[in-house]
Design a protein around this ligand. Structure first.
Ligand code: C5P
Length: 128
């Protein structure tokens, strides 16, 4: 009984003190808002591997997935968002599926128009 929630992974990439964020193109209710890049882990996929895959697919960068960051955030009934620190290895991020990407300082965390779920991560992101 009880379906397990699908895990959505997001990568927190910090480089030279700046955090990588990406602006969603879809769906309409989230378009234009900013998120930590990521997406659904495949069934059985190790979450840090999912972070590495998603950031390669969406931003064309190579990262190594690391420690969990911040709280679990429930998304509706069926998904749970978990953020992972991700170490940048190579590539300059390109917005393949997003509207744009940006590197932001901790002073800009509060005022960024975040996707609602990701706003719960801000306090933890500040610590990175
Ligand atoms: O990116 P993708 O559409 O695969 O994400 C799946 C779901 O997870 C969407 O509902 C999206 O809004 C949510 N999500 C989120 N925060 C992220 C990444 C995804 O709320 N950083």
């Amino acid at each position: 009984m009880g379906e397990q929630r699908r895990e959505v992974v997001a990568g927190a990439v910090v480089r030279e003190g700046l955090l990588l964020v990406a602006r969603r193109a879809s769906p309409p209710e989230l378009a234009g808002l900013w998120e930590l890049p990521g997406g659904k882990a495949e069934p059985g996929e190790e979450p840090r591997a999912a972070v590495e895959r998603e950031l390669a697919e969406e931003l064309a960068i190579v990262v190594v997935g690391g420690e969990r960051v911040g709280p679990e955030v429930l998304i509706g009934e069926r998904m749970v968002l978990r953020a992972y620190a991700a170490e940048w290895v190579s590539g300059e991020p390109v917005a393949i599926e997003h509207l744009e990407v940006a590197w932001i300082g901790s002073d800009a965390l509060d005022d960024l128009p975040w996707v609602p779920s990701d706003r719960a991560l801000i306090a933890a992101l500040r610590e990175l």
